[in-house]
Write a protein of this length. Structure first.
Length: 287
């Protein structure tokens, strides 16, 4: 099976590398072409448009930053859709809103192709280790065909039914994660200002019901107030909170905490922390 990959950022480049390791023929494209180079060195073929990726692949994967980026590679004479045809599959891993995802499904099906939205949970390291959680929704036949492809990138693959459900699930997941990070940052700031030892606070957290890999991973960096190289860029977390709040508007669900958490991440973005890891929100809290 020939696989294509469009969007070789933090996540896409690691996921594409795992497809090569699993033995798939891989064709790649990225807006900044230099990001194709490590994959080409490992056996991938780089082409000059997303359309060419679709033309040479049975299944095209995309991992884009935002809904706008999804549309930029999807539409137009050089876009993925222009290269789609009956028998092909379009697999979009980007975290986006359900409207954009539903539109991609409609347009792909219009060209006789099958579509799955498949946002992922797990950051840079799980992407490298092929241990992502993949939430897929859309055409069941494509899910069945693409399962081995997804298994080359993830350890837990769920089918959630119709297009939109995976986008909803991913936004609910990230709303919880954004709030957890904000609480960790505030609790650590309070402890620091009160003269407590932050490594002891992390030990206390880790020994009880709040123990979790995210606190274990990010806590020491927050304690050190060091650099926050991006695993999950803060600008993407704010995008996810924005999309979750929009979904909440549509279904009339009050989100008392998330609305405030979003303001915190907006403040961090305005302070120039967008390209840092989302744990850098602690900088704003600490003051
Ligand atoms: P990233 O490193 O910022 O990469 C984003 C990708 O989108 C790059 O390939 C970038 O191309 C491309 N892009 C952005 N705007 C574009 C445009 N207008 N036209 C064409 N290409 C464009 O992001 P990431 O961390 O890999 O995340 C990708 C998606 O996965 C996001 O939706 C994010 O929310 C989600 N996600 C991320 C993580 C994580 O921990 N990082 C975890 C789960 C889900 P260039 O290289 O040219 O900039």
């Amino acid at each position: 099976m020939n696989i294509g990959f469009v969007g070789l950022g933090i996540m896409g480049s690691a996921m594409a590398a795992n497809l090569l390791k699993a033995g798939y023929q891989l064709t790649v494209w990225n807006r900044s072409p230099e990001k194709c180079e490590p994959l080409v060195a490992s056996g991938a073929k780089a082409v000059t448009t997303p359309r060419q990726v679709a033309e040479t692949s049975d299944i095209v994967c995309a991992m884009m930053a935002t809904p706008q980026a999804v549309m930029a590679v999807r539409d137009g004479a050089d876009g993925i859709l222009a290269g789609m045809a009956p028998g092909k599959g379009y697999l979009d891993f980007s975290t986006i809103d359900l409207e954009t995802s539903k539109e991609t499904a409609r347009l792909a099906r219009e060209r006789g192709a099958l579509f799955l939205e498949a946002p992922v949970a797990g950051s840079r390291k799980p992407a490298e280790d092929a241990t992502l959680t993949i939430m897929a929704a859309g055409d069941r036949a494509l899910f069945d065909t693409a399962l081995p492809v997804m298994e080359a990138m993830g350890k837990k693959i769920l089918f959630l039914g119709e297009v939109g459900n995976a986008a909803r699930m991913k936004l609910a997941n990230n709303l919880i994660m954004g709030g957890m990070m904000a609480s960790l940052a505030e609790g650590m700031a309070l402890a620091a200002r009160s003269g407590l030892d932050l490594s002891q606070l992390l030990e206390v957290l880790d020994s009880g019901a709040m123990s979790n890999p995210m606190f274990r991973l990010k806590g020491p960096a927050i304690a050190a107030n060091a650099e926050f190289p991006p695993a999950f860029p803060l600008k993407h977390m704010q995008k996810d909170l924005r999309l979750a709040l929009r979904l909440a508007e549509e279904v009339c669900q009050p989100l008392f905490v998330a609305a405030t958490v979003n303001e915190l991440y907006k403040g961090a973005l305005a302070s120039g922390l967008g390209d840092s890891d989302f744990a850098a929100v602690s900088r704003l809290v600490r003051g």
